[in-house]
Design a protein around this ligand. Structure first.
Ligand code: NI
Length: 427
């Protein structure tokens, strides 16, 4: 019998509104949402706090925390060259340390679940297992038209799936062909078959840059979305990251095919990729969720930060009324969970017991409407407690499952080893 946790006296987001309620968590799910008094093994008093479903970081490469600020303020090709050469030195132990660093950061900023695509994924999975966070994990496959590489990548992806299938209840697996321009047609076709065979979601980068659209068009005569649809990639539960360069017809196609879009506004701005047509996607009924992308192109893993950027960019593009705060809050919570087929992201009986408690602090005062406060006024210091799978991972700002101090030293020494041969960036 698992311990029970009650979060009491808080202002809870139930449906579309914040109401005073007590929440009982048992066996990893929400057992009761009530006004009555609750007893539990551990009770969190959320008086003067907001209680929300935890945030979902729907597209990241968490171990890239080790590359954060390694190279900045240079043109894209120069940036990529440095990032790739550091990545080529990364071993599984580095990915493990980088993942732990990123997970600790995410827990502290209110993230209860993330979707990750990278290499040495055993390192990420171990960090997830130990830390108590929830994740969707897939090995990122790239073959660049080489048959030998394709076979190697498929073996890696499959052995990761077989290794972790059913091993940890908080880990969901995914099939991750990197993108339509780094994967051959064969690799994409096999990925689609793999998703069907294992019954897993597909997580892929799509239409991130104008260059990508040009390359795919030259190779196939089609746009990335048309091409992937033709190959059957959208026949399953698919999450397409970025989708910056889409036509109106492609947005309609994604909506029709039930493809979710992981919008990564900060990364798109930092790499100069562009601004996705999120308001139009929402209007057409596309399930849009939010991602930070890797820390090298963000530089944080804060979904709170993405919420504000996501809202501001649409207001800048169209008008201040183009997107509503409540829609953005849903992108950060329930849309991420449903994109990957998880019953979470809502404070409702039977949903996953993944919650965040935010303090009504300076930035939320006065509190006219908590939805506006969370989306537009958050810094991150408001995050007080975090619960995943019914377990308290952070209480009053202190991590329970990770040692923050030793993590800093571990990550610093891993990054020094990786940066050998590179000069520290000048400012
Ligand atoms: Ni990415």
């Amino acid at each position: 019998m698992q311990d029970t946790v009650a979060v009491v006296n808080g202002l809870c987001l139930v449906g579309n509104e914040f109401v005073k309620a007590n929440v009982l968590l048992e066996n990893g799910v929400i057992k009761e949402v009530t006004k009555r008094e609750l007893k539990a093994d551990e009770v969190l008093d959320a008086r003067k706090c907001l209680v929300l479903p935890g945030f979902f970081n729907s597209h990241t490469h968490v171990a890239m925390t080790l590359l954060r600020c390694a190279v900045e303020d240079v043109p894209l090709m120069e940036w990529l060259k440095t990032v790739w050469s550091i990545e080529s030195k990364m071993k599984e132990k580095d990915v493990y340390v980088g993942a732990k660093l990123g997970i600790a950061e995410m827990i502290k900023s209110g993230v209860t679940c993330f979707s990750d695509q990278y290499f040495h994924m055993d390192g990420v999975a171990r960090a997830v297992e130990e830390s108590g966070i929830r994740a969707v994990l897939g090995y990122g496959m790239i073959d660049m038209e080489s048959e030998e590489k394709r076979e190697k990548e498929l073996r890696e992806a499959e052995s990761f799936i077989n290794e972790w299938n059913g091993r940890c209840n908080r880990i969901t697996l995914s099939v991750d062909p990197h993108s339509p321009y780094t994967c051959s047609k064969d690799l994409l076709l096999i990925s689609a078959r793999m998703a069907e065979e294992y019954g897993l979601p597909v997580h892929i980068h799509v239409a991130e840059t104008q260059d990508e659209v040009r390359i795919v068009r030259e190779k196939t005569g089609k746009t990335p979305v048309e091409y992937l649809d033709e190959l059957g990639i959208f026949n399953y539960r698919t999450v397409a990251a970025h989708c910056v360069w889409l036509s109106d017809d492609e947005i309609k196609l994604l909506a029709r095919r039930g493809v979710s879009v992981a919008h990564c506004p900060v990364s798109n701005l930092k790499l100069g990729s562009g601004i996705a047509k999120v308001a139009e996607m929402v209007k057409e009924g596309v399930n849009v969720c939010l991602g930070t992308d890797g820390a090298a192109s963000n530089n944080s893993l804060s979904v709170l930060g993405e919420m504000k950027f996501a809202a501001l960019l649409q207001k800048f593009r169209l008008s201040p009324a183009a997107i509503k705060a409540l829609d953005v809050l849903k992108m950060a919570t329930e849309n991420g969970y449903s994109a990957y087929g998880l019953r979470g992201g809502k404070i409702e009986v039977g949903y996953l017991a993944d919650l965040v408690v935010l303090k009504k602090s300076l930035s939320y005062t006065p509190l006219y409407n908590p939805v506006y406060s969370v989306v537009y006024s958050s810094y991150g210091f408001e995050v007080r407690d975090l619960i995943v799978d019914g377990k308290i991972l952070m209480n009053d700002g202190k991590l329970r499952t990770m040692d923050e101090e030793s993590l800093l030293d571990e990550a610093e020494s891993a990054s020094l080893r990786l940066q050998e041969g590179f000069s520290r960036p000048k400012v």
